[in-house]
Structure formats: C-alpha cells, structure tokens
Design a protein around this ligand. Structure first.
Ligand SMILES: NC(=O)c1ccc[n+]([C@@H]2O[C@H](COP(=O)([O-])OP(=O)(O)OC[C@H]3O[C@@H](n4cnc5c(N)ncnc54)[C@H](O)[C@@H]3O)[C@@H](O)[C@H]2O)c1
Length: 212
C-alpha cells in the first residue's frame, strides 16, 4: 500500500497529533511555536518533528519557529481535512451507539452518513439524527454517498464478511473495533482499536512490579 516515495506510515500517523496540538495552541492564543515546544506536548523530539515535516516541504524559520495557524492549515491540507468525509458505521450495539453519538467526528470533518445493523429491533431507530438501516442497504448507501471510510463495531465473528461487503461496495479505509485481524486487499487501509490488547500490553509491566 505504501509507495517508495511516500512518507513512512509512522509519520502520517503522527500528523493528526501535530494538528491536534496546533489546534490547542491556537485555542490558547499561541501564534508561534518552536519544534521543541511542540515536541514536548506530544512526547516527540524536536528533531523528529523537523524530519517529519521535511517530507512535505519547508516550514518555520530557524530561531523563529512555526506560525501555528499556517502549519495547522498545511497539515490539514496534507491530511485531506479541507473537505468533510462521509463515514458509515456497521454494528450499532453498545459500542457502535457510543461512537455514533460522539460529537468529535462531526466537528473534525467526519460525517456519519449511514448506520447499519442486522437486528430488526434496532432498524428504524435514530442515533444522533441518523437512522439505523438494514445491513442489506449498506452497498447502495455507500455507492450513493461516495463513502470510502467505514467503522466496524460488530462482534468479531461477523467482522470479516462485513469488511468484505464494505470493500466490494467501494470502501477503502476501515477502522475496526472487533478484536480480529481482517484479511483485506492491498488497496485497503485498516486500523484497529483494541483496548483489551492495549491493557494487556501494560499488565505485562504491572505483573513484574513488586506489590508492597
Ligand atoms: N463494548 C466495548 O466496550 C468494546 C470495547 C472494545 C471492543 N469492542 C468490540 O466491538 C464490537 C462490538 O461490541 P459491542 O459491545 O457493541 O457488541 P454488541 O453486541 O452490543 O453490538 C454488536 C452489534 O452488531 C450487530 N451486528 C451483528 N452482526 C452484524 C452484521 N453482520 N451487520 C451489521 N450489524 C451486525 C448486532 O445486531 C449488534 O447491534 C465487538 O467486536 C467487541 O469485541 C467492544
């Protein structure tokens, strides 16, 4: 999926963190920031920030730092955030409903245009102004809205067929909350959110601590 001349994916994953910190700085009324100050906010070295940004051109001036608003606008353009992105969500259970209710999507360029479930008791209900539709309607809605981003919040056993259907309908990027690794073609981006695995990666350290 990554091309040789693309910036590394780790760099792309840091860009949204830079953008968020820059937004906070603007909210605080800060208009200029050094790579050192920006780095301290997100636990990245100043050298790493300069290297990451160098993939996209020249920013800031030696000794003066970055113009916060200009750098933010630039990063938002790089991330495609000058447009609003339609997103569909599949599996409107406990987690799916919480995600659909999250205000942060809409305010940050992500518009939920479809909620889908197989449970007849949920179909027709509304969450944050979007009606839950029958799963069978999903390909049509994806095509009609030109949606390329999807969130999967169905049980693990159902996630692969859901992903296959999404991809067949034109989805190119999936955020998967189900604890399963999806098999997907090379042209599809997949990211996972797995809180249990993350917690287990810390129980490793806790299990080695002395308890007094
Ligand atoms: N709830 C959590 O805190 C949490 C945290 C992390 C991960 N997860 C994972 O997220 C997923 C959802 O968890 P949950 O607690 O919301 O489960 P849930 O059982 O409350 O919701 C799952 C929903 O998916 C629907 N569904 C099942 N198959 C479907 C299909 N083929 N197409 C469309 N909808 C379908 C069900 O009808 C249900 O509404 C699971 O994979 C779970 O492991 C949950």
């Amino acid at each position: 999926m990554e091309r040789l001349d693309d910036p590394p994916d780790v760099v792309i994953r840091r860009l949204p963190l830079y953008a968020r910190s820059l937004r906070y700085l603007l909210d605080e009324g800060v208009h200029s920031v050094s790579s050192q100050e920006l780095g301290e906010r997100i636990n990245v070295t100043a050298a790493q920030i300069r290297k990451d940004l160098s993939y996209f051109g020249e920013f800031g001036k030696q000794g003066i730092g970055y113009d916060v608003e200009k750098l933010l606008n630039h990063i938002e353009r790089i991330l495609g955030l000058t447009q609003s992105w339609p997103v569909v969500l599949v599996g409107v259970g406990h987690l799916g409903q919480a995600i659909a209710r999250y205000d942060g999507f809409h305010s940050q360029g992500l518009r939920i245009v479809g909620l889908f479930d197989t449970d007849p008791a949920k179909i027709g209900q509304e969450v944050s102004g979007v009606q839950i539709s029958d799963y069978a309607e999903m390909p049509r809605v994806i095509r009609e809205t030109g949606t390329r981003l999807a969130i999967i919040s169905v049980p693990a056993a159902d996630a692969q067929p859901v992903a296959d259907m999404l991809i067949d309908a034109g989805v190119r990027a999936i955020l998967c909350y189900a604890p399963i690794i999806l098999q997907t073609p090379d042209h599809v981006w997949v990211r996972y959110i797995d809180p249990v695995a993350v917690l287990h990666s810390m129980t490793y350290y806790l299990a080695r601590e002395h308890v007094v």
